[in-house]
Design a protein around this ligand. Sequence first.
Ligand SMILES: Nc1ncnc2c1ncn2[C@@H]1O[C@H](COP(=O)(O)OP(=O)(O)O)[C@@H](O)[C@H]1O
Ligand SMILES: [Mg+2]
Length: 381
Amino acid sequence: MTAVARLLDESRLIVTAGTGGVGKTTTAAALALQGAIAGRRTAVLTIDPARRLANALGLEAFTGRAQRVPTELFTAAGLTPRAELSAMMLDMRATADEMVRRYAPNAEAATRIVSNPYYQAFSTSLAGTQEYMAVEQVADLLRSGEYDLVILDTPPATHALDFLDAPERLLNALDNRAVNWLYRPRETSTRDPGYGAKLLGKGRQMVFKSLNKFTGGPFFEDLATFLQAFSSLFEQFRVSSRAVQALLRAESTQFVVVTAPYPATVREAIHFRAQLVERGFPFGGFVCNRVHLPVSPVEAAALTLPLRAAGVPEAVAPELASDLAGLVADHTRMAERDAESLDRLREVAGDALDVVPLLPEDVHDLQGLASVGAWLTGRGG
Ligand SMILES: Nc1ncnc2c1ncn2[C@@H]1O[C@H](COP(=O)(O)OP(=O)(O)O)[C@@H](O)[C@H]1O
Ligand SMILES: [Mg+2]
């Protein structure tokens, strides 16, 4: 049993992480497919729009709602999953709205918040909100009771660690003194405002006035109104953020670090794993994708067979054969380099390493995903 096959059996949440372009999204989708094949009701949540992948799953596009992969598609690909597979994309705005409605004291307060011009910016572009909302959405999926397994694909970040810091950064932002000063917590206004508080109130007004003049509009007053309204949610938000942190560290959660076999990428992956472990996130294993597997002499000899079968004229056959030999030599060199990368990964992770070879073409359909999945679960070849 491969490391990944075990994770598919035992986890409720698998997070694919790593630097961009290594095949994270593909791995996430392939894992989800294997989960469904094995009989676990599975959902994959991606942050990329990944239209081609959506099409590969028989969907027009990923949306903020979980869409089921049509059964006919499985049948056509010769697959018979024992449970359903659904796919969806992060919808930041919808997730944020949902949170506000859940935590606001009443519907009116919720509407006041979501209709504030600052809310849009806050809910969609504050650093880290994307990652945070993704985990919120995962928590929702798991709470719904409709899924046994959720696979979360993380954003194509060059700084992969941002993902882990995001919830903490948000919490820190909420603790920020300046923000507190600006939104003016209720306590100060209901208690008898002492001299200092009055002065602070005056000071705030003056700051707003000059800022408004400066920006040509009541932006900062809007911001203060927003923060004041939002402050009623801070505590709930904080609790929920802790729950998100706890979910990411749960025993039923596993991080799979996807990498390509290039030395620099492998170094980053190893560094990423160290950071995961240091912060108490469960590391499930490496997936090394796009690996050149060694060519055996028998396979190399077999490559010239089609030349003969195709009736290539005697005169050009030696030339083609030598071109082929050159290709095999190139491939072998890359396979040797990749083998060294695999050794590096094995040094830190032991058997918690699964290998997916560089496939002859892009993974653009269910069959392709199934073949990546087969490698991941040790049935490839
Ligand atoms: N093992 C593989 N062999 C061939 N092509 C692959 C393989 N894995 C991924 N790809 C292709 O590489 C491209 C990038 O993969 P993707 O999963 O989107 O990367 P990421 O999410 O890490 O940016 C896609 O076109 C995908 O089909
Ligand atoms: Mg991606």
